[in-house]
Design a protein around this ligand. Sequence first.
Ligand code: DGY
Length: 304
Amino acid sequence: MAQLGEVVLNQEDTPMTADQLANALHEADVVCPTVTDAMPAELFSGSDLRAKLLANFGVGFNHIDLAAAAAKGIAVTNTPGVLTDATAEIAFTLLMMSARRTGEGERHLRAGQWHGWRPTHMLSTQVTGKTLGLIGMGRIGTAFARMAHQGLGMRILYFNRQAVDDAVAAELQTEFVSLEELLQRADFVSLHCPSTPQTHHLLNAERLALMQPNAHLINTARGDVVDEAALVAALQTGVIAGAGLDVFEDEPHLSPGLMELEQVVLLPHMGSGTTETREAMGMRALANVEAFLAGDSMPDLVRA
Ligand code: DGY
């Protein structure tokens, strides 16, 4: 591999502070932020920024103010495609754990509360043959739909900006429905849309109330797509049966009450967290950096 230039690595593997990020924009030609590196408009307000590229290490880029970066002539790239399967696997894991109460079961056993098999012990919900409603049917939503349909014979409903290809629709026997119909019919609702002003609190108290009382909500997308306080209330009052969450509105903080709910599976934003995927994300970010330095068009340029 060619020598790209001097590289300064954040050795701590922790989020950078606003000051560190501002310094990076002043001192480096290319900055590689991650989902935890908040880059709001004010970060780009300084003069003589040196950075010309933000090669984001991740597919989601809602932590970067694209317009403010573009106004300063800074391009943004992401890493699509390489984390599809890993994230779909976590959605699948959360669905199974939420439906089959496996987190709760393990806590029960480890706490020494298990006294042997009983006919009515820890009864849960079967998943096979049930209906999965996907909000967002891009790469990750489609990969999850495939696992659920082919692996567990689930019926697939989806709500998306556009219909999926005919081949995918035929393969997975999908039904393209309105958001309201999806919420009313699905046994499991899974979020796979990006965080945008339009999807902020897409699932609010009113929409959660459309779901069936035995339904479960899965979120591996972004925390703010759900009104987390409304979700806690919906779970506390039995509006829905359970939830599996890998993302939260104010990571790493959880809304009051969430941690205490037994019927919620909580994971620390692990969707893309396999060694294979994180390596592939790094290589993909690097491919964008290489193209930028060579003056070529960048494969994953994000439009403001
Ligand atoms: C992403 O890539 O957007 C994930 O949320 C972090 O890997």
